[in-house]
Design a protein around this ligand. Structure first.
Ligand SMILES: Nc1nc2c(c(=O)[nH]1)N[C@H]1C(S)=C(S)[C@@H](COP(=O)(O)OP(=O)(O)OC[C@H]3O[C@@H](n4cnc5c(=O)[nH]c(N)nc54)[C@H](O)[C@@H]3O)O[C@H]1N2
Ligand SMILES: Nc1nc2c(c(=O)[nH]1)N[C@H]1C(S)=C(S)[C@@H](COP(=O)(O)OP(=O)(O)OC[C@H]3O[C@@H](n4cnc5c(=O)[nH]c(N)nc54)[C@H](O)[C@@H]3O)O[C@H]1N2
Ligand code: SF4
Ligand SMILES: [Mo]
Length: 866
């Protein structure tokens, strides 16, 4: 058994993996010690990739409507419908909506087909929702979308600033690198309205008012200028400064005004400004708290201004660093997969269009930028887009105003979905579903946040009829009539073409270029080692603009709207540590599912008291777009007046937590990126008569018919948490056939049922109106027990039973109560001591911030539970 080197399926850190296939769709996953992004480490999601490679829920054959079809039939139909629609309504009547989770080769072909052959630029990507503001900001400041930083800059920084980034949860291996640097003396400042686990470990946390980042950054620059750390020589030599730049900057940028605008203590703000002014080696990392805003591009430029004006760019340990979310967000930028870019870091200027058309020997070329995601789905709803192909994304969940997106999909005459999973909220509206090969089955390349290109390599043959995305796209291209332009036999051929285009007629004015790679043979491609393109950009003070100079961009803080009468709160949305987006894959891993089992709405205690919300109760969150249910979690980590909800739950996994329905489809004027982080909202408690849970072995078939139901994978089956108002007997429909044993307690309104089939526990159902519910852990373990315990309806083993509480360490399945008890009983003083005693935190390390929090709480018993 030899290990295959590949790259993690999830985030933009781009960790290298050594995967050893140990059996039929069984794989052992380890971090690749030789990969520069992670040097052997993996976070909880990467570590548990092996739990997600089963065939559960996979789409294994092409489907036309509800019927299986051959590839020939399905591909011919897709090609014909696209051709006919274009013939009748023109190229702009069709669109592709693609994803930063495609490999570069897939992405390149989709872009080539739409822009060069169909002749429209109506191909946009979920990266529009993710980092298009960073793209727009970089282009405004540098002339090209270049991320000037690398992970080694973190290792060399003395000050690390995280803006709008919950790095500990979303980029855990970058976060571990940051921690290592902090252990060596660097300072960490976190700028985020929420006290996240990232913020908890910072030297300074600025819990600013959401949307006030421009004021904060402009204030930092004004302070830096007063402190004499603006790099006048660099500005003179390399940067164009608009005439109004400094006078505009000074307005409202004094410490007191900024503190007021941002609602942070002036002393804290001053500490940050002093630190920044005093520390040349500063790296500022930013992600969705900056990008996902209707002023996202200005926010990005406020950060870039700060680094340009102080000359903190192009030097070791000094850079602004846009960290990307998806595994191949950067590869998508390189192929020009956004509707607003053409290809290979070229825009739609006439000479670029002519060049790309020449290179592709294409019959046509898109004349202008295409529709950006929010506009694309709006036009879909208005009937102007008549055929849509969705690849590797789930817009019915992840777009803002997802209710309208669902209606648009339902009304569209022809929707194609390529996905690895059979049933998603988006594919529910597909006329044709195409089975894509999944991570672990496909070959190609991805580019991570720091421009490092790595290979993903197949570990297994694709199951059933599944095919890699590049194959599906080229087959449609060929069947639409472009046989030679889409004659590829392997991803390496696409890779070489992509590399050739990157340096085709490139006199050095485009920094993105991979000249060495275009002659790589198939064997070279197979043996490719991770490499970074672009070196240290801007080290020579030269920028890829017409005059070679970067630009400071005048940006001002937009006034922040006063709370609305009907929507007095502000809704923030984001991620959990162990879930990935719409959970099509992480939702299959029992170890990942239990870190957060239900979608929570986090509320400040003052708001909870005022609005009669109880911790653990249900609440309905409403916005001008829609409503959805959540379980309330009262948390001092929230600012008063603000709510936080996760993005992960879908129609497949819950009756609540439908976060996509809530944000407005409002976008940044430059990037078109939606403002997901700041929606006017209301919240109201929802009373239920009973609550309970159902544990089922085997496949999850139906959704419980009750007000609240959320599902997670557990070893050997599924756990549904349920609550409702109607008759809980409706839940019986979920129970499989078998021998039933049952107990009721009318005084507490409790009912407990166990179903036994073939001497094994097949299901349990526990509901109660006024009583207690047992911990789920022991009951879940009974799914795999050799025989059914006599105390099954008590919900616990004969004798004493310690409830371990919510899972903190996913690797070793260690719960909060076990850890708290160990800290107390064994007087554990630090995270290392917990590791030595319990093992928690010693594998992937993703839970170390949570362990640190438990230690702090143990030391300050009065500390409110977050
Ligand atoms: N576990 C996990 N990891 C992931 C993903 C996942 O689904 N799960 N997804 C990946 C993807 S695609 C992405 S894009 C990244 C996203 O990674 P992050 O950007 O770190 O994640 P988010 O939780 O979306 O938002 C980050 C923070 O922005 C803060 N914020 C909100 N409004 C403001 C504001 O006005 N100003 C500032 N300064 N901050 C604000 C939020 O409170 C939140 O804590 O994560 C990647 N990694
Ligand atoms: N409210 C709110 N909404 C958000 C965000 C937020 O912070 N708040 N964040 C936004 C951001 S940054 C992002 S990146 C998006 C993510 O949102 P989506 O892209 O919609 O989320 P995923 O669940 O990652 O969807 C990927 C789909 O591709 C499928 N898939 C996986 N691998 C392959 C493959 O190799 N080929 C094919 N064809 N399919 C595959 C998966 O099964 C899944 O259905 O959500 C955005 N939406
Ligand atoms: S940080 Fe975690 S999810 Fe991201 S690439 Fe590395 S192992 Fe995968
Ligand atoms: Mo993203």
């Amino acid at each position: 058994m030899t290990a295959i080197k590949t790259t993690c399926a999830y985030c933009g850190v781009g960790c290298g993996i050594r995967a050893t296939v140990t059996g039929d769709r069984q794989v052992r996953i380890e971090g690749d010690p030789d990969h520069p992004a992670n040097r052997g480490k993996l976070c909880s999601k990467g570590t548990h990739l092996g739990e997600t490679v089963g065939l559960e829920g996979r789409l294994l054959t092409p489907m036309i409507g509800k019927r299986r079809a051959s590839w020939d039939k399905a591909l011919d139909l897709v090609a014909k419908r696209f051709r006919d629609t274009i013939a009748q309504h023109g190229p702009d009547s069709v669109a592709f909506y693609v994803s930063g989770q495609l490999l570069t080769e897939d992405y390149y072909l989709a872009n080539k087909l739409m822009k060069g052959f169909i002749g429209s630029a109506n191909i946009d990507t979920n990266s529009r929702l993710c980092m298009s503001s960073a793209v727009a900001g970089h282009t405004r400041a540098f002339g090209e979308d270049i991320v000037p930083a690398t992970y080694e800059d973190i290792d060399a920084a003395d000050l690390i600033v995280l803006v709008g980034s919950n790095t500990a949860w979303c980029h855990p291996i970058i976060y571990q690198r940051i921690r290592a640097r902090c252990d060596a003396g660097a300072k960490l400042v976190v700028i985020d309205p929420r006290r996240t686990e990232t913020a908890e470990q910072a030297d300074l946390h600025l819990a600013l008012r959401p949307g006030s980042d421009v004021a904060l950054m402009n204030g930092a620059l004004a302070w830096a200028r007063a402190a004499g750390v603006v790099d006048a020589d660099f500005l003179t030599a390399s940067v164009t400064t608009p005439e109004d730049f400094w006078t505009t900057l000074d307005e409202g940028s004094d410490l007191w005004s900024v503190a007021k605008t941002c609602d942070v203590a002036p002393a804290d703000l001053r500490r940050f400004y002093e630190l920044f002014a005093a520390t040349p080696r500063t790296v500022t990392l930013f992600s969705q708290g900056i990008n996902q805003s209707t002023t996202g591009t200005d926010q990005v430029n406020a950060i870039l201004n700060l680094h340009l004006a102080t000359g903190r760019i192009g030097k070791p340990g000094a850079a602004p660093f846009s960290i990307t979310g998806q595994p191949n967000a950067m590869g998508g930028r390189e192929v020009g997969g956004l509707a607003s870019t053409l290809a290979a870091h070229m825009d739609f200027a006439p000479e670029n269009r002519a060049r790309v058309q020449r290179f592709w020997a294409a019959p046509t070329i898109a004349p202008k930028p295409g529709l950006k995601a929010v506009d694309l789905f709006r036009e879909l709803g208005q009937g102007r887009i008549k055929a849509l192909w969705i690849m590797a994304t789930n817009p019915a969940v992840s777009m803002p105003d997802a209710g309208a997106v669902r209606e648009a999909l339902a009304a569209c005459p022809f929707v194609v979905v390529s996905d690895v999973i059979a049933e998603t909220d988006s594919s529910a509206h597909a006329h044709v579903r195409l089975p894509a090969a999944a991570w672990g089955e496909k070959d190609g390349t991805v580019t991570n946040s720091d421009r490092t290109i790595s290979r993903q390599r197949a570990l297994f043959p694709p199951p059933g009829d599944a095919k890699p995305d590049w194959w599906i796209i080229k087959e449609v291209g060929r069947r639409m009539g472009w046989k030679t332009a889409f004659a590829y036999d392997r991803p390496a051929e696409i890779w070489r073409e992509h590399c050739r285009l990157s340096h085709y007629e490139n006199d050095g004015s485009r920094l993105f270029a991979l000249p060495g790679q275009s002659s790589a043979g198939n064997a070279d491609y197979d043996a490719m080692q991770p490499f970074r393109w672009g070196g240290t950009p801007f080290a020579d003070g030269h920028f890829p603009t017409a005059d070679g100079r970067a630009r400071l961009v005048t940006v001002t803080q937009k006034p922040l709207p006063a709370p609305l009468r009907d929507w007095p709160l502000t809704l923030n949305t984001g991620r959990y540590r162990d879930h990935w987006h719409t959970m099509t894959r992480t939702g299959l891993a029992p170890k990942l599912a239990r870190h957060r089992e239900e979608p929570l709405v986090e509320v400040h205690p003052d708001d909870a008291t005022r609005l009669n919300l109880t911790d653990g109760g249900l609440a309905r969150v409403g916005t001008p777009q829609g409503t959805s249910l959540y379980r309330v979690s009262v948390s001092t980590g929230q600012r008063p007046g603000e709510l936080f909800v996760p993005i992960h739950w879908t129609d497949r996994t819950a009756t609540g937590g439908r976060t996509g329905l809530l944000p407005r489809p409002l976008t940044d004027p430059y990037s078109g990126q939606p403002g997901f982080k700041r929606t006017p909202a209301s919240i109201a408690a929802v009373a239920t008569r009973w609550r309970g849970f159902v544990i089922l072995s085997g496949e999850a078939n139906a959704t419980p018919d009750c007000l609240w139901a959320t599902r997670v994978a557990v070893p050997g089956g599924w756990l549904w948490e349920v609550a409702g108002d109607g008759d809980p007997a409706a839940l019986d429909a979920l129970l499989p056939r078998g021998q039933r044993i049952e107990a009721t307690d009318p005084a507490r309104g409790s009912r407990r049922v166990a179903v036994i089939a073939d001497d094994q526990l097949a299901a349990v159902l526990f509901v109660t109106e006024r009583g207690e519910l047992p911990s789920r852990d022991w009951l879940i373990a009974q799914l795999s027990a050799p025989q059914v315990a006599p105390t099954i309806l008590a919900g616990r083993a004969p004798g004493a039973q310690v409830d371990r509480g919510a899972i903190v360490c996913a690797c070793f399945d260690i719960g909060v109560r076990t850890i708290v008890a160990a800290i107390r009983d064994q007087q554990l003083a630090d995270v290392a001591a917990i590791g030595a005693a319990l093992g928690a935190g010693t594998n992937c390390g993703s839970c170390r911030p949570a362990l640190a929090r438990l230690l702090t709480e143990a030391q300050e018993p009065a500390h409110a539970h977050g």
